[in-house]
Design a protein around this ligand. Structure first.
Ligand SMILES: [Zn+2]
Length: 160
């Protein structure tokens, strides 16, 4: 495969992140919960999807990451998702970070705004980063790429 830097890989990652954003929109517009979506990917294929369902299920743990992990585990018939990655359109909360850890997902990509101190208008540039690489105990953030997220809520105010 011809590569120019890591551009082809970044494009694939962007496709999954855009799907997470679509799920966030669908869930929010359906009144299911906050504007958060997540996609679990294995070998370049989506094996789990979810969005925030806290309102529609009255379940405070029904965050996007949790619902996507449950979907992937049900579809694959196993709890060990060590061969999977997860894409989320917001910064994961501590509960979801723990869910990612216990599912053994090897890599997490999340979208966040540069700075991210205050609510921002729609369609602004976001950056997403790869974190929680199980081989990297420092959990250092690595630049993953830049996409435009139409989801504008403050992650600090609405649980992921
Ligand atoms: Zn969460």
């Amino acid at each position: 495969m011809t590569k120019r830097g890591n551009q082809p890989d970044a494009t694939v990652k962007e496709r999954f992140m855009r799907r997470a954003i679509e799920l966030a929109y669908a869930g929010m517009e359906g009144g299911h919960g906050g504007p958060f979506g997540a996609v679990v990917v294995r070998d370049g294929e989506v094996v789990g999807e979810g969005h925030n369902r806290v309102l529609s299920t009255n379940d405070p743990t029904a965050h996007a990451e949790v619902t996507a992990i449950r979907d992937a585990s049900a579809r694959l018939g196993r709890f060990d998702l060590a061969d999977c990655e997860i894409y989320v359109n917001g910064v994961p909360c501590p509960m979801c970070m723990a869910a990612v850890y216990w599912s053994r997902i090897r890599k997490l990509y999340y979208a966040s705004r540069a700075g991210q101190q205050e609510p921002q208008p729609p369609s602004r540039k976001v950056r997403f980063h790869a974190v929680a690489d199980r081989n990297d105990p420092s959990l250092a953030q690595h630049p993953g790429g830049a996409i435009t997220s139409p989801v504008s809520r403050s992650n600090a105010q609405i649980p992921a």
